[in-house]
Design a binder for this molecule. Structure first.
Ligand SMILES: C[S@@+](CC[C@H](N)C(=O)[O-])C[C@H]1O[C@@H](n2cnc3c(N)ncnc32)[C@H](O)[C@@H]1O
Length: 202
């Protein structure tokens, strides 16, 4: 049985699925809220949360083993009570449980590329989901996105063209990154090119 140091960090999906998430109630005293989809072992999530104690951060990770690794990391290293994590597919969580305008920022780093043509419909960052993410952001809210997969990058460019008018694309590159993810550090060490996107809701 996993012993939780902070009993409130993990939100079991069965306890939260019956009504929209009330972020101010989940993060008492905080008024800025962000979300990371696919936090894996929570290397970025933990460090980013520690640097932003004024921000409540919701982490969503669908793979159980990664979620548990992330939970373990947060239990050891998180310095304050500003993270809640959910072990589920982020799409229905954002679509059905997050109210419109709830988020100041959404972080999606190295989403699964689904390289085979017939699997591309599984890509998380597509035009429909970008519209849905847009709705979940406050005006001026931002999406931080990165991929090292050239075909996914080209796909994202096409999807962004299809939703012209929703976001302003701001300059963003490695030098602008405050905290790196685990995969990002590895790919930078390997000299792999990374495509970054910073999208601001109009
Ligand atoms: C390639 S890994 C990148 C991990 C981490 N973001 C990093 O940069 O080191 C993609 C992660 O996203 C998670 N993931 C993929 N689709 C997801 C979804 N729909 N909802 C939640 N997590 C998802 C995967 O389980 C995996 O942990």
């Amino acid at each position: 049985m996993l012993q939780l140091i902070r009993p409130g960090v993990a939100l079991p999906i069965e306890t939260i699925a019956d009504r929209p998430l009330d972020l101010p109630a989940l993060f008492p005293g905080l008024s800025r809220f962000e979300c990371e989809i696919g936090f894996c072992s929570a290397i970025f999530l933990n460090e980013y949360a520690n640097r932003h104690p004024d921000t409540g951060i919701l982490g969503i990770e669908k793979k159980r083993s990664y979620f548990l690794r992330g939970l373990h990391n947060l239990e050891r290293k998180l310095k304050q009570d500003n993270v809640r994590i959910i072990n589920f597919d982020a799409h229905p969580v954002l679509l059905m449980l997050l109210p419109p305008g709830a988020l100041d920022a959404l972080h999606i780093y190295f989403p699964d590329p689904w390289p085979k043509k017939r699997h591309q419909r599984n890509r998380l960052v597509n035009r429909d989901n970008l519209k849905m993410f847009h709705e979940r952001l406050r005006p001026g809210g931002r999406i931080h996105l990165a991929t090292d997969h050239p075909d996914y990058a080209a796909f994202i460019e096409r999807e962004l063209t299809a939703i012209t008018g929703l976001f302003d694309r701001l300059p963003y590159g490695t030098a602008d990154r405050e905290v790196l993810t685990k995969w990002e550090k590895k790919q930078i060490e390997n000299g792999m090119p990374i495509n970054y996107y910073l999208l601001e809701k109009r």
